[in-house]
Design a protein around this ligand. Structure first.
Ligand code: SDX
Length: 435
């Protein structure tokens, strides 16, 4: 539960047009930048603030995830991401995000069992897939099927009932891998694979993705561990675009399934979660290390919209701590699969060149979480069109934990930003024969 903090001091705003001053309280969190509480600004001064892209705006209080972009720190409920990636499994991180604590042995077993018991989807949901073309982008399928979950699980859409909030969270965490794997199977014309209750979360996902009815499927434990770690790295990330979308959708009282579908839609963009798919497209387009300088030059050219995908971040002005773990995982997976992917050489040389280039140094552009993930997924046999789907599977726990925190925050109200209007002020209607 987000706790309301008290003012540590005030700042004074002076309106130089009339000499009026206003005192604004400054709220101090447990760590990170303090915030100027401007909730009374419009009532007291008639001014709105203006911050398109929210570069300097805090939208909420939260206790889930802390990022220090200057140093490259990411912590979930106080635990560093690299320690969680090294020592925890994804469901432990889900428990941590939902309940605020890593589970003890008893709670861990109970949570794993509860999630397992929700991994199947309503049998009629299978019919949705037949309505899509086989070449439909799996993110389009995910948006549709997840949004439709509220038609099947209406018994967990009362957002004011804490039990129903929790059941919908469990259903979403548990069913996303199933829905995602079904989208992949549908695209390749293979039969859907049911979840296996004796498999842990990540292994179950790989089984639903790659098992076929004709033979027994053995999950590679190295790949299952790598997938589990990748899910941890993508689980939550403060108030990013898709999480803010989920919070804004939820602030109107929309049901959690609809809110998560909105988050999926926002994540799809290439500037956000869609970047992992865009990185692989870019690496394929570069093709060979000898072409890197030309692409780096394009990325630096103000008149060229091209950007190095997988580079840069609104918050991280240092190395994304997740990218470091991703790069290690990349080497681990390619070694396990004995894959020599020339794109990894291109990616590493691209990172080396970019990080020595004045433009990237001055703008503090580093590889982000999306830079290496595509090479890993490709080595695992996952098609590019599924990369952002995997991001969505992992991020579902972050979205739903942030949604739950918002709903349970007593100060929560509907999100309704204002604007700076620069359009035509007023004019009389003109009949069509006079236009
Ligand atoms: C994710 O918010 C999150 O937490 C997101 C995420 C999460 O876990 O939820 O971390 C996941 O979305 C990671 C980011 C994935 N996106 C990409 O890799 C796409 C490529 N990156 C860029 O589009 C960009 O870096 C953003 C969108 C990620 C961040 O953009 P900002 O914060 O709005 O920064 P900006 O566009 O204002 O860039 C600052 C400057 C600009 O130059 P100037 O106008 O100041 O001269 O840096 C330049 C940009 O042109 N720049 C780049 C660049 N990214 C920024 N130049 C070349 N290549 C790039 N990748």
């Amino acid at each position: 539960m987000a706790h309301n903090t008290k003012a540590s001091h005030t700042v004074t705003l002076t309106d130089n047009s009339n000499g009026k001053t206003i005192e604004l309280p400054v709220l101090q969190g447990s760590i990170g930048p303090s915030v100027i509480d401007i909730r009374k600004l419009y009532a007291d001064t008639g001014y709105f603030t203006y911050d398109p892209g929210f570069t300097s705006t805090g939208s909420c209080e939260s206790t889930l995830t802390y990022i220090d972009g200057d140093v490259g720190i990411l912590r979930h409920r106080g635990y560093a991401i690299d320690e969680l990636a090294e020592n925890a499994d994804f469901l432990e991180v889900c428990h941590l995000l939902l309940y605020g604590e890593l589970p003890n042995a008893t709670d861990k077993k109970q949570f794993e069992n509860d999630i397992t018991m929700h991994t199947m989807v309503h049998e009629q949901m299978r019919n949705f897939y037949n309505g899509f073309r086989r070449d439909a982008h799996p993110m389009a399928i995910l948006c549709g099927v997840v949004g439709a979950m509220s038609a099947f699980y209406h018994d967990s859409t009362d957002i004011n009932d804490p039990n129903q909030r929790l059941i919908s969270a469990y259903r979403l965490i548990a069913k996303m891998p199933t829905i995602a794997a079904m989208a992949y199977k549908y695209s390749i014309g293979q039969p859907f694979q049911y979840p296996q209750n004796d498999l842990p979360y990540a292994a179950n996902f790989l089984s639903m993705m790659f098992a076929v009815p004709c033979q027994k499927y053995e999950v590679n434990p190295i790949l299952a561990k790598a997938m589990d770690r990748i899910l941890i790295l993508h689980a939550d990330h403060e108030q990013n675009a898709s999480t803010s979308t989920v919070r804004l959708a939820g602030s109107s009282g929309a049901n959690p399934f609809a809110c998560i579908a909105a988050g999926i839609a926002s994540l799809w963009g290439p500037a956000h979660g869609g970047a992992n798919e865009a990185v692989l497209k870019m690496l394929n387009e570069i093709g060979d290390v000898k072409n890197i300088p030309a692409f780096v030059a394009k990325a630096k050219d103000k008149d060229d919209p091209f950007r190095l995908m997988g580079f840069g971040h609104r918050v991280y002005k240092n190395y994304d701590p997740r990218a470091k773990v991703m790069q290690e995982t990349c080497h681990e997976v390619l070694k396990e699969l004995n894959v020599q992917d020339p794109l990894l050489d291109v990616a590493q040389e691209l990172e080396r060149i970019a990080r020595e280039d004045e433009y990237f140094i001055e703008k503090k552009l580093y590889p982000n979480v999306d830079f290496y993930s595509g090479i890993i997924f490709k080595a695992m046999g996952i098609p590019e069109s599924m990369f952002t789907v995997l991001f969505a599977v992992a991020r579902t726990v972050g979205w739903i934990a942030q949604w739950k925190e918002m709903i349970e925050d007593p100060s929560q109200k509907i999100g309704r930003p204002r604007q700076l209007f620069t359009g035509i002020i007023e004019r009389p209607f003109v009949p069509v024969d006079k236009r």
